[in-house]
Write a protein that binds this ligand. Sequence first.
Ligand SMILES: [Mg+2]
Length: 279
Amino acid sequence: MKSLTIGQILNDYREHLKKSEIDELKSIQRQPSSFSAQAEELHRVLFDEETDFMNDSNADAHDRARGINPMSQEYTNRVNKKRIAFGVTPLSESGYARDNSSKEFCKEVVRFTKNYKEYRERKRKNAKQVVYVDMDGVLVNFQSGIDKISQEDKEKYGPNDFDEVPGIFSLMEPNEGAIEGYKWLSENFDTYILSTASWNNPSAWKDKLLWVQKYLPEVAYKRLILSHNKHLAKGDFLIDDRTKNGAGEFLGKHIHFGSESPQDFADWKAVVAYLKKLA
Ligand SMILES: [Mg+2]
């Protein structure tokens, strides 16, 4: 998925747009609405092929049910070319959206265009966007703790329950670039730590606090939240290496950290470079 502004789409992707779509994009640019309204409007203008099935005749609907797209090949090729140019998944064989990548793309366009109601309001009040940062695998190098426990504990808790080893979190070291990255975030965003501590390991709750006090004493002072329900946290960004404990349902942007990140947030350098454009 690409991160583009409306202006960039109008300048660099014109070949994929009809005249009416260009006009509508310009009108969205002129009249900024709320984040969600703007994302929905963009989606309607840029990806209207996803609602083609609503106009199906009975014969068309029958085709679609059998996995045949009733729209012409020429049309399908054209919309798929556009989707690929935006980094959005092409339509399925029967002409449906395969996933929510087009919706995510539109939200990203709103974010990067920075011309929505909430953003302007925040600028006016001089307020910052809210960012949550996960601990294990993001701030904290989990493996560095595993490396330091006894052979006995390795056998007792491995390979799936290392987070239940008493005291393991106090042994862990920061990930590369994490401390500098968090410090940069705390200057440019309203930044909090949002982590889950193992329910079966009470020492983890204490050790996570001690870890934050040791490595981020001033910048994260009273900014540690421990929760199994990350989706309830209200904010703009969540930097997390997994989708568990509500991270995947977070209502802002989930910056999926680590080597398996689909959007290439492989390390702290990549995350800071991305958020620099949105601060
Ligand atoms: Mg994690």
